[in-house]
Design a protein around this ligand. Structure first.
Ligand code: FPP
Length: 232
């Protein structure tokens, strides 16, 4: 087979669950449930493509502003996922990791998140990163504040910042996909996306399948990344 360029870190902004549901006259939470099922498939597909890091933007620091019922429903969905699906993820050789602020997360869910991370920590085929209560600005601020607390005198370097991000060992995303037609980053991987490639599609997240993933990866494989340099 030809040597296809595969992103080492694929990131997806899961957007459009609400619109998917609305189009079907269903409550928004049904859209999130469909989105979760799609995510379960995607972990397997992404692994099959040979991707090493897969991160998803599932809940942002701004999503707390949604109606209480939707926020509670999403937290329950995360909890359900951790109670029922972690074994399947582990069987795929995937390590579950969370990225984001741990405050505001209900205690019981936070405990379960810690448990899932520990339970899957030795899996080495894929790092499946769930960005929950994540915001790029919050991550940068948190890093700066912890550096200042440690060494108030020195000038802060890029490496200092990276060392204090939520997941310092995870490489920057090579490809960021956003579903559902919006053309923005919405505070996802703000620092880390400096040289990421973007792929936008109008398809709502619950409809994003294998064919779409392959299309995005083929598009990525055809791009030339120069990181500010000249054509090679
Ligand atoms: C954005 O669509 C989607 C979310 C804010 C939630 C995404 C969450 C899931 C797919 C469930 C994932 C489950 C786990 C365990 C991580 P939207 O509601 O903004 O859709 P809209 O823009 O059409 O209203």
């Amino acid at each position: 087979m030809a040597d296809i360029k595969i992103p080492k870190h694929l990131a997806i902004i899961l957007d459009g669950n609400g619109r998917w549901a609305k189009r079907r006259n269903l409550p928004r939470l049904m859209g999130h449930r469909a989105g979760l099922r799609k995510l379960e498939d995607m972990v397997r597909l992404v692994k099959r493509e040979g991707i090493r890091y897969f991160s998803v933007y599932a809940f942002s620091t701004e999503n707390w502003n949604r109606p209480v019922m939707e926020v509670t429903g999403l937290m329950r969905l995360f909890d359900y996922y951790l109670r029922r699906k972690v074994d399947e993820v582990k069987a795929e050789g995937a390590r579950i990791r969370f990225c984001g602020r741990k405050d505001r997360i209900p205690d019981e869910l936070r405990e379960r998140m810690l448990w899932a991370e520990d339970y899957t920590k030795d899996e080495k085929i894929l790092d499946f990163i769930l960005c929950i209560n994540y915001g790029g600005r919050a991550e940068i601020l948190d890093a700066v504040n912890s550096i200042i607390a440690e060494k108030p005198q020195s000038p802060i370097t890029e490496q200092d910042l990276r060392n204090h991000f939520y997941l310092p060992d995870v490489p920057d995303p090579d490809l960021i996909i956003r579903t559902s037609g919006e053309l923005r980053l919405s505070n996802f991987w703000l620092w880390e996306s400096a040289y990421s490639e973007y792929y936008f599609t109008d398809i709502h997240w619950p409809d994003f399948g294998e064919a779409e993933l392959k299309k995005a990866l083929a598009d990525y494989a055809g791009r030339e990344r120069r990181y500010g340099g000249l054509k090679s």
